[in-house]
Write a protein that binds this ligand. Structure first.
Ligand SMILES: [Zn+2]
Length: 135
């Protein structure tokens, strides 16, 4: 559940973006729509903040509600993932820090992709095991 206070604060940030409505009805309508989609798309206050951070970083103007909803799906809730930040080794490998290329073994064979040995890699490995058990 989202707290009303967090919701108001974050919707206020969205309303500060360029091209927000300026008339009273338009503003009230936009606020109501944002609250509606954020309530349906966000899992927690932390997720809400992450979603709005993402929009603030990526949208040059006030987004339509559909875009907000898409951001809710795109931005993973931090409190259920809760992953440590990627280390230097797994950060710069085009996978967002989720995979590393093990490179070649001593015989020159591809060793494929896997999890890193840093805290993030270990957390991901634990998640892999969890998912395997869910099946
Ligand atoms: Zn790493």
């Amino acid at each position: 559940m989202l707290s009303e206070r967090a919701l108001s604060t974050q919707v206020g940030r969205l309303m500060g973006l360029p091209f927000a409505p300026t008339d009273r009805d338009g503003i009230a309508g936009a606020i109501a729509e944002f609250k509606r989609v954020l309530r349906s798309g966000c899992k927690s206050d932390a997720h809400l903040v992450a979603v709005v951070d993402h929009i603030m970083d990526s949208s040059p103007r006030i987004p339509p509600p559909a875009e907000v909803l898409a951001a809710c799906a795109e931005v993973r809730p931090t409190d259920s993932g809760g992953l440590p930040a990627p280390c230097e080794r797994c950060r710069d490998n085009h996978s967002g820090g989720n995979w590393i290329d093990y490179g070649l073994d001593s015989d020159g064979n591809e060793r494929g992709w896997g999890r890193c040995s840093c805290a993030r890699g270990q957390a991901l490995r634990a998640l892999d095991r969890q998912h395997a058990n869910d099946r």
